[in-house]
Design a protein around this ligand. Sequence first.
Ligand code: ADP
Ligand code: ADP
Length: 229
Amino acid sequence: PSRLDIRNVSKHYVVNGQQRLDVLSAIDLSVEPGAFVSIVGPSGCGKSTLLRLIAGLDGDYRGDILLHGERVAGTSLSRGIVFQDHRLLPWLTLEDNIALSLENAGWNKAKRAEAIRSHIALVGLTGFEKAYPHQLSGGMAQRGAIARGLVGQPEILLLDEPLGALDALTRLRLQEELQRIWRVEGVTMILVTHDVDEAIFLSDKVVVMNAGPGRIVREFDVGIPRPRE
Ligand code: ADP
Ligand code: ADP
């Protein structure tokens, strides 16, 4: 089964070396291949933490996170991630930032170059290959981050409030971009947002979390058919 299965996942942090903070409790979630799932909930309910676990950025949790039935461990090309801040390295050009994600891909030079070119084109940044992050607008930098997340052809793209820092018009444009990219790339999308309208507009499933400790309280199928191109 080529889907993501999150089974009975719980997580706590230890704050100040002693105080236990339970952030996730008994999270169960299955994500079908090619789905667009949004996770919404109040600030601090553990959305980012859950995404970091799925990304393999933190292996310290209880329960299972399975991709193709195998426990995810460490970061991997099978999952790309985009954060609220673009996190492009300021001393590298756009194309070099994107190239960095392919360092461990084991691809030859021609395949890497083609993947970088096509993903810069995918997000509409052709012509900005040699630009440094400070030369890009906020929306462009976020497009660059999306290209970097997708360049390794991940099965799942994890998006942590990717549009949260953008002005309203740029956000609207990028929402449409994300939907188009989802359609053409066939990638599974998991989006964390506190914007319920954004979640409903973009996804076919909305998962609602609550705090104290973070748990899933509702799952909605949005039910709007969105045929792929
Ligand atoms: P959300 O993304 O829903 O806002 P987070 O997953 O970022 O929630 O955080 C959940 C809770 O865990 C918050 O109370 C936050 O302050 C706390 N937290 C997040 N990361 C850490 C960390 N590395 N160490 C300790 N506490 C953390
Ligand atoms: P987001 O808006 O994506 O949820 P946060 O502002 O909650 O991000 O967290 C930013 C970073 O700080 C994350 O790496 C998170 O793990 C860490 N962090 C958040 N809350 C705490 C905390 N209470 N103690 C230590 N680290 C934290």
